[in-house]
Design a protein around this ligand. Structure first.
Ligand code: ATP
Length: 317
């Protein structure tokens, strides 16, 4: 759906983006992470055929940005990082205006507008003035607008920037819904956690260069080769969590046992299994058989943020 080869944009001597390569298949959700000025908007504007690269190739839905910009525009929904809404227009009028621009006519136009409004949960604001919407609602209206012509590919430039936590969560939920509809999505953010659970692929761009480009699943695997468990044991019948820690450190499948950080509230043990351990069952069995009151036994979930911090250590500093 998106194929980029050696894509480069220069402004004078400055490389806004430099030799970017990227390949996204149908249904991929690509999180494009980078600090301000890294080159995310430049890449998206080139894909949206609004900006010419200095050199390099880019195809969207099989069409070249050089020879088939019209076809690309039909296939994409591009939501820029900043967009204006017209004064004195109701939400429904705003959408109908754009639907008309996409040549959606007659009965169908009203239906499509109502459908996308429902999708972004703005049905109840149908007759409100666009200028009366909150920033979160305006962003959702912006998303509704780019969905009108049912594009296969969505290019969303920082859709959650400037939103409060609740509105950010709503945007994330909406992205998941679009993902479930099978859309191919490139979505940018300067904050990784914002996109972590939405994407299956992640790219990190810094000073115009794509320094990480990977499947989320591969990143997780690379960062964690061994299983790590959180194990909690209640003090009961003269047996403590500390005793359990000693027992586990001698277990053949256990690599290491770490106590919880010191403090008033005691947490669980962190137990790292050896690379050949299959699952947590042997640890559980050992504790039960020795009569420990196990209150917690679960795999420690690594989050994507931690994973990337580990992977990009030294690269991004
Ligand atoms: N029209 C322009 N003329 C000169 N330099 C530009 C122009 N547009 C962008 N740049 C530069 O290109 C680089 C990449 O900018 P870009 O807008 O793509 O970054 P970004 O990752 O989208 O940042 P942000 O998160 O702030 O939107 C920056 O150094 C920027 O200053």
């Amino acid at each position: 759906m998106i194929e980029i080869k050696g894509l480069t944009k220069k402004y004078g001597e400055l490389f806004a983006i430099r030799e970017i390569n990227l390949s996204l298949a149908a249904g991929d959700v690509f999180g494009f992470i980078g600090p301000n000025g890294a080159g995310k908007t430049t890449t998206m504007r080139i894909l949206a055929t609004l900006l010419q690269p200095t050199w390099g190739e880019a195809y969207v839905a099989g069409h070249s940005i050089y020879t088939a910009p019209k076809e690309i525009r039909r296939a994409i929904g591009y939501m820029p990082d900043f967009f204006g809404v017209y004064d004195d227009m109701k939400v429904i009028e705003y959408l109908e205006f754009f639907a008309a621009a996409y040549r959606i006519r007659g009965e169908k136009r009203r239906q499509v507008c109502d459908d996308v409004l429902e999708l972004v949960d703005l049905g109840y604001k149908r007759d409100a003035l666009v200028t009366s919407l909150s920033r979160g609602m305006t962003q959702r209206l912006g998303l509704a607008r780019v969905l009108l012509h049912d594009p296969q590919v969505l290019l969303l430039d920082e859709p959650a920037s400037g939103l409060d936590p609740r509105a950010r969560i709503e945007i994330r939920a909406l992205l998941k819904e679009l993902r479930n509809m099978g859309k191919t999505i490139m979505v940018s953010s300067h904050i990784l956690p914002e996109l972590a659970d939405v994407c299956n692929k992640i790219g990190i761009i810094e000073r115009g260069e794509l320094i990480v480009n990977a499947d989320v699943a591969d990143v997780m695997k690379q960062v964690r080769q061994q299983m790590v468990l959180k194990v909690g044991v209640a003090d009961r019948d003269g047996k403590t969590q500390e005793d359990a820690a000693k027992l586990l450190s001698n277990h053949p499948q256990v690599e290491s046992v770490e106590p919880p950080p010191a403090g008033p509230a005691t947490g669980p043990l962190t137990v790292t299994l050896k690379a050949d351990a299959l699952d947590a069952s042997e640890v559980g069995r050992a504790l039960f058989e020795a009569g420990y009151a196990v209150t917690l036994l679960k795999e420690d979930e690594i989050n994507l943020e931690t994973a990337f911090m580990t992977l990009t250590q030294g690269i991004t500093s």
